[in-house]
Write a protein that binds this ligand. Structure first.
Ligand code: UDP
Length: 425
C-alpha cells in the first residue's frame, strides 16, 4: 500500500554501495540492501526518496526507478569504473559537485541527507557547509573496530578515523543499528554527538514466504539431509573458514547426513575470488569437500527457499555491526548460530532464537551445530521464536516508520531554525 501523503524529500547517499546493483558480491552486501530497502519502505510511507551513488561503469543507467517515489541516481565522480572503497576518497569532491549540479538541474534542495559509510559522511558534511540541511548518518562499519582485526591497514585509515569522529560529533543524528554499535561508537570514537538506535530490517513478507517442506522439496533434499547454510560475501572477516572447520569437527555419523551450503558470489582474480579458492582448498585439506556445496550468488527471490530449507544458518563473522543475514534466516523460521559480536548479540538471543559462539572458535561452532541438529523439536521451537522476534522488531516497515519520525522531527527543527535565522528580531 502506498501512502498519498507527501512527507517531503530525502536524499540517501551511499557513494560506494550502489543500491541498484546485484547483492552478494564483493563490495555489495548489507549496506546496499539497507539503502535500497529503507528507500523503498520510506517511499511507501509517503516520502520522496532519491538514493545517490557513484557511477561505476558506462553500462550503468544514470537513473533507475525502483518504485513510485524511489529511484537510484548515479553521479559522476572519477572514472566510470570499479574503484575499491579504500581508493575512493580523492574522488569525493567531484561527487559533491555532481550532487550540487543535480540539485540545480532538478530545482531542488534536499532538507534531509542521510549518508551511509564514512565516505558518504564526508560528502554530507561538505554539503552542509553550503546549504541548510539536517545530516543523518549510518556507519555500517567503524574504522576503529575494523583496523583492530586486519593485518594490513590501508593508507586512508587516518583520514577515515578523523572523518568518523568529526561526523559523530557534528551530524544532527547518528543512526546506530544496534545498542552494541552505539556502545562501540562511544568507547572507540567519541563521547560527543547525538546517537539514536534504529535497527536494520528485513522484508518479512518475502523472508518467511516459503514453507520448510516445500523448500526442501525444491532443493531435492531427503528427510535425513541436514543443512547448515552460510550466506554472504567471500571475505576472510566473514569467518567462512570457521564454519568449514566446525563441520570438519563433527562426528562421522553427523557428517554422513550433513551439507554445508555456502551462498555468495565471487569473481575469479578479485579479492572475493581469492577467498573462494582458499575456502575450496581448505575443504579439500580437511577432507570434507563432499559435505560442502558452493551454490553461488543467490538473489532475494530464491534465498527464502534456501533459508527455509536449512536446519541452521551460521553467521561466523569476526565482527558485524548488524548482520542482515541473521534476521533474514530468522524471518524464515531458521535458528541462527552466530559469533558473539556486535549486532549479532542484539538479533540472536541465545537458547531462544539460536546460539552464540566466540568468533573464530570452530570447536564452539561445531558444538552449537551439533546441539541443534541433535534435537529437531528444539530446532523448530528456536525457529518459531526467531520468526516472532523478527516480526516484532525488524521489519523494514517498522524501521522506516522510526526513520520517518526522525526525519519529520529534523525537518521541523530545520524550519524553526530557518525562521529564527531569517526573521529573528
Ligand atoms: N546476499 C545475497 N545473495 C548472496 C549473498 C548475500 O543477496 O548470495 C545478501 C544477503 O541476503 C544480505 C546481504 O547480502 O541481505 C549481506 O548483508 P550482511 O549485513 O549480512 O553482510 P555485509 O555484506 O553487510 O557484510
Amino acid at each position: 500500500m502506498f501512502s498519498n501523503q507527501n512527507k517531503g524529500k530525502i536524499a540517501l547517499i551511499s557513494v560506494h554501495g550502489d543500491p541498484a546493483v546485484e547483492i552478494g558480491k564483493e563490495e555489495a552486501g548489507g549496506q546496499n540492501v539497507y539503502v535500497r530497502c529503507c528507500g523503498e519502505a520510506l517511499a511507501k510511507q509517503g516520502w520522496q526518496v532519491d538514493l545517490f551513488t557513484r557511477k561505476a561503469s558506462p553500462d550503468q543507467e544514470n537513473i533507475v526507478v525502483h518504485s513510485p517515489n524511489c529511484r537510484t541516481i548515479r553521479l559522476n565522480a572519477g572514472p566510470e569504473a570499479f574503484i575499491g572503497r579504500d581508493e575512493l576518497f580523492g574522488y569525493l569532491p567531484e561527487f559533491v559537485e555532481s550532487f550540487k549540479q543535480f540539485q540545480e538541474r532538478e530545482g531542488t534542495l534536499y532538507p534531509i541527507i542521510h549518508t551511509n559509510y564514512w565516505l558518504s559522511s564526508w560528502v554530507g558534511m561538505q554539503l552542509r557547509k553550503s546549504q541548510l540541511l539536517k545530516l543523518v548518518h549510518t556507519y555500517h562499519s567503524l574504522g576503529a573496530i575494523k583496523y583492530k582485526s586486519v593485518s594490513t591497514i590501508p593508507l586512508v585509515a587516518k583520514t577515515r578515523l578523523e572523518v568518523e569522529k568529526a561526523c559523530l560529533e557534528t551530524a544532527d543524528c547518528i543512526v546506530a543499528t544496534s545498542p552494541q554499535e552505539e556502545e562501540h561508537m562511544r568507547t572507540y570514537v567519541s563521547e560527543k554527538g547525538n546517537i539514536k538506535v534504529i535497527p536494520c530490517g528485513t522484508n518479512i513478507e518475502r523472508f518467511g514466504s516459503v514453507r520448510r517442506e516445500v523448500a526442501r522439496d525444491k532443493l531435492q533434499l531427503s528427510p535425513d539431509d541436514r543443512v547448515v547454510l552460510y550466506v554472504g560475501r567471500f571475505d576472510p572477516r566473514k569467518g567462512i573458514e570457521t564454519a568449514v572447520r566446525a563441520v570438519s569437527h563433527l562426528s562421522s555419523e553427523r557428517k554422513a547426513q550433513l551439507k554445508l551450503m555456502i551462498a555468495g558470489g565471487w569473481t575469479p582474480g578479485e579479492k572475493d575470488g581469492e577467498e573462494r579458492d582458499r575456502i575450496g582448498q581448505l575443504t579439500q585439506a580437511l577432507g570434507i569437500e563432499n559435505n560442502v556445496q558452493f551454490v553461488g550468488r543467490l538473489d532475494h527471490t530464491v534465498l527464502p527457499t534456501y533459508y527455509a530449507a536449512a536446519d541452521v544458518c551460521v553467521v561466523p563473522s569476526h565482527y558485524e555491526p548488524f548482520g542482515l543475514v541473521a534476521i533474514e534466516a530468522m524471518a524464515c523460521g531458521t535458528p541462527v548460530i552466530a559469533s558473539n559480536v556486535g549486532g549479532l548479540k542484539f538479533t540472536v538471543i541465545p537458547e531462544e532464537t539460536g546460539l552464540l559462539a566466540p568468533p573464530k572458535d570452530d570447536r564452539a561452532f561445531a558444538e552449537a551445530i551439533d546441539r541443534i541438529l541433535a534435537d529437531p523439536q528444539w530446532r523448530s521451537q528456536l525457529g518459531e521464536q526467531a520468526r516472532s522476534r523478527v516480526e516484532a522488531k525488524f521489519s523494514w516497515d517498522g524501521v522506516a516508520s522510526q526513520l520517518g519520525e526522525l526525519y519529520g522531527d529534523s525537518i521541523q527543527q530545520l524550519t524553526t531554525e530557518f525562521f529564527k535565522h531569517h526573521f529573528a528580531g
